[in-house]
Design a protein. Structure first.
Lengths: 340, 252
């Protein structure tokens, strides 16, 4: 692809992102006129309710979607290149299963120790769930890092990742079996994914953590490019295979762990967005793929959040119900178009 | 001068030696064929030289210094490999593959300098596939892929190039072409070239020096015509008398 075509493509994705971001502020279950929203944004409105809706709900939700979309998409790209497998995604490392397990443990323990459902603890329960998810995800991440530091063979690493995911999943199911009914409900809701959990109170820590991971991924582009030739060639070109896979898994897993902790296990974005970037730009150069995958991930998460929040869904449609429903046709159409 | 030198090298996996006591030297401009029956340890030797696996014993020296004392990146500038494996990414272009050969010379983000671009084009030209530069690697024929991988090794600009079975999957004219390309690299660019192959007849015809390995036999090396005449080839490949006579007649 010629350079100006690439630029036009990137520009298009950015403009689409801006439009989707704006729509995320304008559209929701409460109908607010365009003028009123502009007034609120320009800090010109006295209406408290409107200010709350825009600044406490819609804006942080749109920002969360933006960051989570970029993070999951690039985490998926890293996995696909490391394992040289187009079906790889962040869930392959067992990270989201680890997060689920963490949440499951907290829910069961609270029920067992206090006899009350976690959900009855109100505000503390959301913090507790995020923290538990993060700890679960990081524990699994460390297990995977320990394996990757010992292994050169990527296929065995994939199998170990999948097995750990299944293991964590089955322990979670066992825990759920012993949990209180109300908590299973809370668990299921968390599992459906949502961009509304971060809010203004946790936005600073969430955004800084994500941006650190995103910036770090840019430094991987050279090594990812060499990996495309296969491990033996990459090694011959001076790449330390084990060290490199530890770093890639660390960054990909870190991004997934943070998003999963705050938003629940969000499927599909990590798997599909890198393919859209590859097919759109017909490239395998990670210096191009990393930024474009992030941008496309942002657009997709904003679009999904918008649809989940459409009037009529009462803002409650789970993100996981939307990502694949919207994303799969997009991926298919992009692939079909570029195959012509 | 000798570029690579082994002393009492023994190779294999998990303490099980495949070949022991290898004492050889690669010199500037050498072109050497590594032959032997399947499973004799040819790939194992390549993997040992490229430090993918550790030797079980003995030493390998590059320019007089133990091969393990170099950093990964320093080694990447001394020894380039061409394997039977091929990259299979859907969008990887010929340019990208050859450009990868320049990565040991680039900075943190792998940005290619003007000189790198020049080397990439020159390598494709030398191999005769500069017309393929914008093609997707995956869509090439086997012969073209082989040439592009060799161009990658040339772009890597190493004094040694090792090729594992470079003639496999090639048709007859392409094989001949490949041999003359390797000869050109050795002669004009003073590279030391080591390659393995199963094309015994072609090898004996087109190369002068041979390293030969076989199970339960000591490592042997020498001029191809001599190895043929003194019966080493027959012994190591367990050729029937008639077949050996055929080779002798053909090549004398």
């Amino acid at each position: 692809m010629k350079n100006n075509k690439i630029l036009i493509g990137i520009l298009g994705i950015i403009i689409l992102g801006i439009v989707l971001f704006a729509l995320n502020l304008f559209v929701g279950s409460v109908r607010i006129s365009f003028d009123d929203i502009l007034k609120v944004l320009l800090k010109d409105s006295e209406d408290k309710t409107l200010n709350v809706i825009i600044f406490d709900y819609r804006l942080p939700q749109a920002l969360t979607a933006l960051l989570a979309g970029a993070a999951l998409a690039v985490a998926g790209l890293l996995m696909q290149t490391l394992f040289r497998n187009p079906l790889a995604d962040p869930s392959m490392l067992g990270i989201s299963s680890g997060a689920s397990l963490g949440v499951g443990v907290v829910i069961l323990l609270t029920g067992a120790i206090s006899g009350a459902a976690v959900s009855s603890f109100g505000w503390w329960s959301t913090i507790g769930v995020s923290l538990a998810a993060f700890i679960g995800a990081v524990l699994v991440l460390f297990v995977m890092l320990a394996f990757s530091a010992r292994m050169k063979n990527m296929t065995t690493l994939i199998i170990i990742g999948l097995m750990i995911a299944y293991l964590a999943g089955s322990i979670t199911d066992i825990l759920k079996f012993f949990s209180l009914k109300e908590d299973i409900h809370a668990f299921v809701i968390w599992g459906m994914g949502s961009f509304s959990g971060v809010g203004n109170s946790k936005m600073a820590i969430f955004s800084i953590s994500i941006i650190i991971g995103l910036v770090a991924s840019f430094f991987l582009s050279k090594n990812l490019n060499i990996l495309l030739l296969g491990e033996m060639y990459a090694e011959n070109l001076g790449l330390n295979i084990r060290k490199n896979s530890v770093v890639i898994i660390l960054i990909s897993g870190y991004l997934t762990a943070i998003v999963t902790a705050y938003c629940g296990p969000i499927a599909f974005v990590g798997l599909a967005m890198p393919h859209i970037a590859r097919f759109l730009f017909k490239s395998s150069d990670h210096r191009l793929l990393i930024p474009t995958t992030m941008l496309i991930g942002m657009d997709m998460a904003l679009l999904c959040n918008l649809i989940a929040r459409m009037p009529g869904f009462d803002g409650n449609l789970p993100i996981n119900a939307v990502t694949a429903f919207i994303g799969a046709p997009v991926v298919i159409s992009v692939i079909m178009k570029s195959r012509k | 001068m000798d570029i690579l030198k082994t002393s009492s090298l023994s190779i294999g996996y998990d303490d099980k030696a495949v070949v022991s006591d290898i004492n050889v030297t690669l010199n500037e401009g050498d072109i050497i064929a590594l032959i032997g029956p399947n499973g004799a340890g040819k790939s194992t030797l390549f993997k040992t030289f490229s430090t993918h696996i550790k030797p079980l014993g003995g030493k390998i020296k590059l320019f007089g210094k133990d091969i393990n004392l170099y950093s990964n990146n320093e080694r990447a500038k001394m020894l380039g490999i061409v394997l039977t494996e091929r990259p299979d990414d859907m969008f990887l272009k010929v340019y990208d593959v050859v450009a990868a050969g320049r990565y040991p010379y680039t900075g943190m983000f792998g940005k290619l300098s003007e000189n790198d671009e020049k080397e990439i084009k020159a390598s494709l030209e030398l191999v005769g596939v500069n017309n393929l530069i914008d093609r997707v690697f995956n869509t090439l024929s086997d012969g073209e892929k082989q040439k592009v991988m060799i161009a990658k090794a040339i772009a890597q600009n190493t004094p040694i190039i090792m090729l594992d079975e470079p003639t496999a999957f090639l048709d007859y004219p392409s094989k001949i072409e490949l041999f003359s390309l390797l000869k050109k690299l050795a002669k004009e660019q003073k590279k030391a070239i080591l390659f393995s192959s199963h094309d015994l007849e072609l090898l004996l015809r087109y190369t002068d020096n041979i390293w030969i390995i076989a199970k339960n036999l000591p490592f042997a090396s020498g001029q191809s015509s001599e190895l043929l005449k003194n019966g080493i080839i027959q012994k190591y490949f367990q050729l029937k008398d008639a077949d050996n006579q055929y080779l002798l007649n053909e090549l004398s």
